[in-house]
Design a protein around this ligand. Structure first.
Ligand SMILES: [Zn+2]
Length: 292
């Protein structure tokens, strides 16, 4: 199986977690093979540029299956596709809040509509142990939805999910620990290492995420906390101009949980300000084919 992080090189918690996972696995007692890639986007990490590879300005979680004759991002992802994804039966992709994102830990249950594949990934998601899971239905026949690592892996029939922890450039022992222990729990639940899988927490199943993007630039101030429950229309923050005059309030586009909110004042037109996920009180609904 393969663990990957650092497609976004400044989501430090996920990168640090995978470096620490390496030393927690004893190869002489491991059943099967584990591939661990802690830092895909080295230029992002070195230059502290969030979201993209600064060399070619492309997203390193948005260009699968890559290409050996493409730009640096496309060439790197082509190698990941061949050497990390294709040889593995299970792919775990770790992320977190980037430099500008104040994020509550959660994982994604990526569903293809293939029930055997979906139940296998659900079991690993639950074993990982985060208490909020975003249900995300993918149409693997739509090429636009298989450009991410998880979408690509799903389209190849792999068992896959995404887990996120960390925020705003911070590396805390608590959030790093969530990703390290979650990864060990996955290995344990697959019987690849000898470890008891702790009972899973009560999971909030959520989805239908709606994000607010900035209509114009300015300075953003959050008033809602990551992870808080909000009603539709609730104020989650406000924007000022560069001399501090308020220009607008930012309102929740739906009721739900703040999965992440902008953690810095910098705001350009089009920037993501907040994402709200709907809470599925009765648990996840069956897979439905998403609109193209
Ligand atoms: Zn990321």
């Amino acid at each position: 199986m393969s663990f990957v992080s650092g497609a976004h090189g400044t989501e430090y918690t996920s990168v640090v977690a995978l470096t620490k996972l390496i030393e927690r696995i004893n190869p002489t007692k491991l059943s099967g093979t584990v591939i661990i890639v802690p830092l895909l986007n080295v230029a992002s990490f070195e230059q502290m540029v969030p979201h993209v590879n600064p060399v070619d300005k492309k997203g390193m979680n948005a260009q699968y299956p890559g290409s050996p004759s493409g730009t640096q991002t496309e060439r790197a992802l082509g190698m990941v596709a061949e050497q990390v994804v294709k040889p593995a039966d299970v792919i775990v992709d770790l992320h977190g809040g980037d430099l500008d994102e104040d994020l509550r830990p959660y994982s994604y249950w990526m569903r293809s509509g293939n029930s055997a594949q979906d139940s296998a990934s659900r079991a690993l998601d639950v074993a990982f142990g985060l208490d909020m899971v975003i249900v995300n239905d993918i149409d693997v026949t739509n090429p636009a939805r298989t450009r991410s690592l998880s979408g690509f892996a799903l389209s190849l029939g792999k068992t896959t999910f995404v887990a996120e922890a960390g925020r705003s450039g911070l590396v805390t022992a608590e959030e790093t620990g969530l990703l390290v222990s979650g990864s060990l729990n996955v290995l344990a639940s697959l019987k690849m290492i000898d470890r008891a899988v702790p009972p899973s927490p009560k999971i909030s199943w959520v989805g239908h995420d709606m994000r607010v993007r900035a209509d114009s630039g300015g300075m953003f101030y959050a008033t809602a906390l990551r992870g808080s429950r909000v009603l539709k229309g609730a104020k989650v923050g406000y924007i000022t101009d560069y001399v501090g005059r308020k220009t607008s309030d930012v309102l929740a586009p739906q009721a739900g949980v703040v999965s992440f909110i902008r953690g810095v004042p910098s705001l350009a037109k089009g920037s993501t300000i907040v994402t709200i996920v709907e809470v599925f009180e009765g648990g996840p609904q069956p897979w439905t084919k998403p609109a193209p």
